[in-house]
Design a protein around this ligand. Structure first.
Ligand code: TRP
Length: 341
């Protein structure tokens, strides 16, 4: 990320659940920091979520709730073009064109599809059992998301790196065939620094992740938040004994989550754990206080955005308008290049 000035950063957020602490620390905060250096476009990838969510109300709910969470966490929609994928039909038209220059073999090797096949084979089922074409074409749609906005960099987690490489490959194939008439920019994936270091542990001590069902959702009512914090696992070291903060899940969450303003609390807590005399129960009280102080104002903004008819819909409508302007420029170049009318 040498000279970000004037470069475009884009990322998609798949709305398949409520936003949790791990998302805030590992994805949202780093993406918001990047948005200060790049021309940024962030969007809710609702049509990617359609490969698994088959309930209209649920998909609508997650799309709104994830968008509201990012706004509540500080995304500035004036500075970042923030939109919902399905509001930008140009993406889906480009997706078809791209699928016509993408080798089927490339899709056969995509991680998500291969994992589904391997699971089926291991279970003795048909290799493609339960695989829909949306899952199979997922990387092509993702390439369309990226290429239609003339993206330079794509901040993603490790698991999405292959997809960004595919987008670069697909852009290369198109440029090879039609590059005298239209040339795509070649995007590059970056894994943003979380600043926090390791992964955030969840309620069972493993990485906090929706797929492990061990998350602390961001916008719980206070009493529920307190309950979940109590459930974070600790060992049976007695209160008086010295403890290793770095192998304790609640301390890890505290350290990685705590804002600058709570740095003293973190340092003091570390000292007291190491010296002995601070029990896990007290550590959890400290963690709850720090979480709640930081999350309470965000929760209020989130709830306001989630009201029916709130500002959220206008924000997303303005974002879609800006995104479509950009997308339609690229799409007309592509249409001309391939011979569409
Ligand atoms: N596939 C991404 C995920 O599951 C979401 C996504 C969709 C995306 N389109 C994108 C990410 C374009 C980056 C760029 O997390």
């Amino acid at each position: 990320m040498s000279d970000p000035a004037g470069k475009v950063s884009l990322t998609g957020i798949k709305p398949t659940g409520e936003v949790h602490l791990g998302n805030l620390v590992g994805a949202i905060r780093p993406a918001l920091r990047l948005a200060e250096q790049y021309d940024s476009l962030y969007f809710i990838a609702d049509y990617h979520a359609l490969t698994t969510i088959r309930d209209a109300d649920l998909l609508r709910h997650y799309s709104r709730s994830v968008a509201a969470s990012w706004l509540a966490a500080g995304l500035d929609p004036e500075r970042t073009t923030f939109y919902v994928q399905s509001d930008v039909p140009e993406i889906f038209e480009l997706s078809w064109v791209l699928s016509c220059v993408t080798g089927k073999g490339l899709m056969n090797r995509a991680h998500a599809y291969k994992a589904a096949r391997d699971r089926n084979v291991a279970a003795g089922d048909d290799p493609d059992a339960g695989v829909n074409m949306g899952l199979y074409n997922y990387p092509v749609l993702m390439a369309a998301d990226i290429l239609i906005m003339e993206t330079d960099v794509v901040p993603v987690g490790k698991d999405q790196m292959q997809h960004v490489e595919y987008a670069a490959d697909i852009a290369g194939s198109f440029n090879h065939l039609f590059g005298d008439k239209y040339t795509f920019k070649i995007p590059k994936g970056v894994i943003p620094e979380s600043g926090a270091g390791d992964v955030l542990p969840g309620l069972d001590g493993r990485k906090m992740s929706k797929s492990y069902d061990n998350t602390i959702p961001l916008f719980l009512p206070e009493n529920k938040l307190k309950k979940l914090v109590r459930r974070i696992p600790t060992d049976s070291t007695p209160v008086e004994a010295p403890k290793d903060p770095d192998s304790s899940a609640p301390f890890q969450i505290l350290r990685q989550f705590a804002p600058e303003s709570a740095a003293d609390v973190v340092a003091d807590t570390r000292k007291r754990l190491e010296a002995g005399g601070m029990g896990w129960g007290e550590l959890k009280n400290v963690l709850f206080e720090v979480l709640n102080t930081e999350l309470a104002p965000m929760r209020e903004r989130y709830e306001a955005y989630m009201e029916p008819g709130s500002e959220l819909d206008e924000v997303l409508a303005r974002g879609a308008e800006r995104a479509r302007e950009r997308a339609s420029r690229v799409l007309s170049g592509v249409r001309r290049a391939v011979g569409a009318r």
